[in-house]
Design a protein around this ligand. Sequence first.
Ligand code: EPS
Length: 387
Amino acid sequence: MRYLTAGETHGPQLTAIIEGFPSNVTIDFEKVNFQLGRRQKGHGRGRRMQIEKDTANIVGGVRHGKTTGAPIALVVENNDWKHWTSVMNIEPIEGNDESKRRVNRPRPGHADLNGGLKYNQKDLRNILERSSARETTMRVATGAVARQLLEAFGIKIAVQVIRIGDVEVERQDLTIDELIRITEESPVRVVDKEAEARMIAAIDAAKEDGDTLGGIVECIIEGVPVGLGSHVQWDRKLDGRIAQAVLSIQAFKGCEIGIGFEAAKLRGSKVHDEIMHNEDRGFYRASNRAGGFEGGMTTGEPIVVRGVMKPISTLYKALQSVDIDTKEPFTAQVERSDTCAVPAAGVIMENIIAWEVANAFLDKFGGDSLEEIRNNYNSYLEQIKSY
Ligand code: EPS
């Protein structure tokens, strides 16, 4: 299974095509739109989110509510397009730099300068329009389709923000259902009310100063069977695939699985999870510091992944840059943006991980239809039971 996305942040629409999705999976359109709505939320978002009301239009591959096995085509319209029809016109237009909203002062931390040099573009708008995190809309939409396959097998996914700037949440012992319910009600997607208030204050203070804030998000997936991914080849290791997907999210700079970087400080006896067995559960681990992976394969314990998002690089208090025409020092061009998109980034990470897990699920259980996959899945569970 694979997908591609296309479209610019201020263009008419965003598009995605999913190839290789099995047939007979019920697709609930509201669930796709629910995920898109979650991605738009969060304290710290800018004015653009008041313009957009993202809803996906499925224009291929689904008939009478079920997938047919054909490529699934998804489209999300940009409401903001109506303000950009001339600037983003596909036909040549007359006008000066100002009317074309040409960008010639690259913003540090963005793709602007590298992209301009690489693609030989003297208007950096041609880079920023595609590098914009607006593209994550389609990554959430494709993940929201893929997670409906996982849901058919009882797999549950949750995400929580665990840090924004220097504010960290106090950990609580919650079930995945409680985690989903509580974070959904929080404007910064946390379970700790005290940290929530401090995070909101930190975002407001950064906004006041024309600055931005990053953070850490944590995703948990429960109900995944043992043996997704494989140790036999580097690009079949599912933890590695997840890390690649996480680091491909705009502004993500780090990814940890399980206790992650903490493992460097501890002895092996405090890192590895002891193996247990009982009649009910079969094989299981006494702890889950490995975050659900050993040898690039799922252990059957919950998958735990953290991602680090850097502060958004579009600053109202612009940083030092160089004009690409004159080569003179200038402050970077100021573009409208968000102060903090960490809560939204959590939703993005959750859905892109859902995609990776669904992909590994299909690698393992194969099949072109849901029925064929279910047969393979059930017979594998039988095999595991009698191992
Ligand atoms: C973004 C800049 C802002 C964000 C955008 C990502 O957009 P604009 O330039 O139109 O104000 O709002 O995020 C989204 C539009 C979105 O849907 O998440 C950027 O430069 O990456």
